[in-house]
Structure formats: structure tokens, C-alpha cells
Design a protein around this ligand. Structure first.
Ligand SMILES: [Zn+2]
Length: 334
């Protein structure tokens, strides 16, 4: 059984004159009549199978949009990234799919094949239409974050659309945006490489289907409903976003690698620090995703002076040390 009622929604869209096509299992494209869709939106959920809140959200939105298809102004490609993992209630079965969006990625196994399929359909959608394109890849986090909701944006998308996307993210109630100029093999980085303004969005903590606190996503859900009705991508209202930029990353080279922070680190703008630290002066911080640790700076107004590494076994001068030990709670791109 399909996770989302794509076929049922197609009946509603078709009644409004939309063209509906199943491009792959759990991947549907809905297109209004030519001329009625000045831009395109790729919306993906379930790239990690245990991150179910976005799937529930899209279930509700899809039903609503199908009933009001005449109001929508963008062509849609909607997909569940890893349906097998969702069905199993697991983050992934063999490989983390959100590390497989590069031309060199491993195509073996279920996730390798599924990622290759998604690379193909996303390229077909993003490179084949008219007008600007946006990709929102919706996730939830495993660990608590000082910034509960945030977006990670590759820097290589089209700048004007990217700015419109940032304004929309602020209006959608997200806490922070992290701009990443470094190469990545995430789904959103793949789409940015195809010319879309793209981002990975973390919408709070993991929950089981039916057990998610959907009321926490009300503002984001409403903003998404407004976005699809706009003739061009733009904000759904007011809002403020703390902006960071990745300035450095450390690659984990051993399973023994752990990130240790001093007790006072929680009072510093490490990871996603307090908003007051993000205005008017150089911010600093780090994020860890188990494989990488990024140094951050406030993005607006430049990156400021680079912080140097003291050398040795990953030890840094500012009191953050890297060695074996328990991992801290950290904001991370899931
Ligand atoms: Zn995730």
C-alpha cells in the first residue's frame, strides 16, 4: 500500500485539468495546464525512513491541494524518498540514502538503486520545465538541537531564487538557516547542482507515524500552503531567520572519533547558539553529524577572520577538543 494517496489526489487534480503522472513508485508529478505553472516545486519526504512527521504533513497537504487544485500555481513533483525504510520504521536498511546523491554514488542494494532512480526523476523534473525551481527535502532530527528547526542550503543554487527561498523559510517559522558552500552528496545538494534553489529542512525531532506532534508544524504547513499558491516563489508573511555559514569541516577518520565540548559550551553560540549571538558580530559554532564537524560563522556580512587550527590530533585553540568520549547533543543535517 502506498504511503501517500498519490493516486487518490490525482483524481482531484485531474478534475481541475491537471496532468498527473506516476514517474516511479511513490513519485508523482502534478502539472497544471501550460501557462498556469510559472515555477516548479520538488517536495521530498522520507529520505530517512524513521522521519515521519513530514510524511504525515504531506498526507494532509496532498488531500487539501487535490481539493483546491485550481488555486495552485506551481508544477509539483512529490516523492517519498525511501519507502522501504519507512515501512520498516528504520532510518535506512543498508545505506544512508542522503549520502547517495552524487554521480559516483554506490548503486548497489535497495537504497543505491532507489537513490539512482530519484537522481533521474529529479533531473527530469528540474531540468525539463520552465521557470525557477525549488526543492524542499523535509527531515526531522534524531537529537535535540538548540535550533529545533533549521534549513541547510547548498550555496550553488540560483541566487535570486535562493534569496526568495530564504525569505520563505523565515516566514515559515524556521529558527535558522545554514548556508553550506562545501560539496555534499545530499538530495538537496544534488538538486542545487541541477539549478534549483534547494535545502534540507529539519523540522524537529523524530517520531512514529501517528505519534508526531503535528501542531508544532502548523506554521510551516500553512506557509507551504501559501507558497504553492504564489505565482513566483516568495515569503508567506513576516519572519526572522538566524543565518550561519559553514566555514570549515573536519572529517571523521575513525570510529573512535567523538566530539567533546566543555560544560560552558552550552552557553556559547556553539552549534546553533542563541539568536542574540547571531546579530551584529561574528558568530561562531560547530555542528556534528557523526561524520563531519563544521565550523560556522554568521553568514551576513561575510565570514570574518578565519579561526586557525592549532594542529595535533584535531585539537582547536578555542577550547573545543576532539577526542574519544560521549557525543553531545548537536544540530545536524539528517
Ligand atoms: Zn533525515
Amino acid at each position: 500500500m502506498a504511503l501517500l494517496d498519490f493516486a487518490g489526489a490525482a483524481a482531484g487534480f485531474s478534475a481541475a485539468g491537471w496532468q498527473c503522472e506516476e514517474w516511479a513508485p511513490e513519485v508523482w508529478r502534478y502539472a497544471p495546464r501550460p501557462g498556469n505553472a510559472p515555477w516548479r516545486l520538488l517536495l521530498s519526504v522520507g529520505v530517512h525512513g524513521d522521519e515521519t512527521a513530514p510524511i504525515e504533513m504531506l498526507q494532509h497537504l496532498l488531500a487539501r491541494w487535490a481539493r483546491a487544485a485550481g488555486e495552485l500555481r506551481c508544477e509539483l513533483l512529490l516523492c517519498v524518498g525511501n519507502p522501504a525504510a519507512v515501512a520498516a520504521g528504520r532510518r535506512y536498511l543498508e545505506q544512508d540514502m542522503n549520502r547517495l546523491f552524487s554521480a559516483q554514488a554506490d548503486r548497489r542494494g535497495g537504497e543505491g538503486a532507489r537513490a539512482a532512480l530519484l537522481r533521474g526523476v529529479s533531473a527530469r523534473f528540474l531540468q525539463g520545465g520552465v521557470g525557477p525551481a525549488i526543492h524542499l527535502d523535509l527531515h526531522t532530527t534524531i537529537r535535540p538541537s538548540l535550533r529545533p528547526t533549521f534549513a541547510v542550503l547548498p550555496e550553488n543554487g540560483p541566487e535570486a531564487v535562493r534569496q526568495a527561498l530564504l525569505a520563505w523559510l523565515a516566514s515559515a517559522g524556521l529558527d535558522a538557516a545554514l548556508s553550506n558552500p562545501l560539496p555534499s552528496s545530499t538530495f538537496s545538494a544534488w538538486s542545487a547542482g541541477l539549478g534549483a534553489a534547494a535545502c534540507t529542512i529539519e523540522l524537529g525531532q523524530v517520531g512514529r507515524i501517528g505519534g508526531n506532534r503535528m501542531e508544532l508544524l502548523e506554521r510551516f504547513t500553512a506557509a507551504l500552503g501559501t507558497l504553492v499558491r504564489r505565482p513566483i516563489p516568495g515569503p508567506a508573511g513576516g519572519g526572522e531567520l538566524a543565518c550561519y555559514r559553514v566555514t570549515r569541516e573536519l572529517l571523521r577518520t575513525s570510529e573512535a572519533f567523538r566530539l567533546l565540548l566543555p560544560p560552558e559550551a552550552t552557553q556559547l553560540p556553539l552549534l546553533f547558539g542563541r539568536r542574540s549571538h547571531c546579530r551584529g558580530r561574528q558568530g561562531r559554532g560547530a555542528r556534528a553529524d557523526g561524520r563531519r564537524v563544521h565550523r560556522l560563522s554568521q553568514s551576513q556580512g561575510g565570514t570574518g577572520p578565519a579561526r586557525r587550527t592549532a594542529g595535533g590530533a584535531g585539537r582547536q585553540r578555542d577550547g573545543v577538543s576532539w577526542s574519544a568520549g560521549p557525543a553531545p547533543a548537536a544540530g545536524r543535517q539528517e
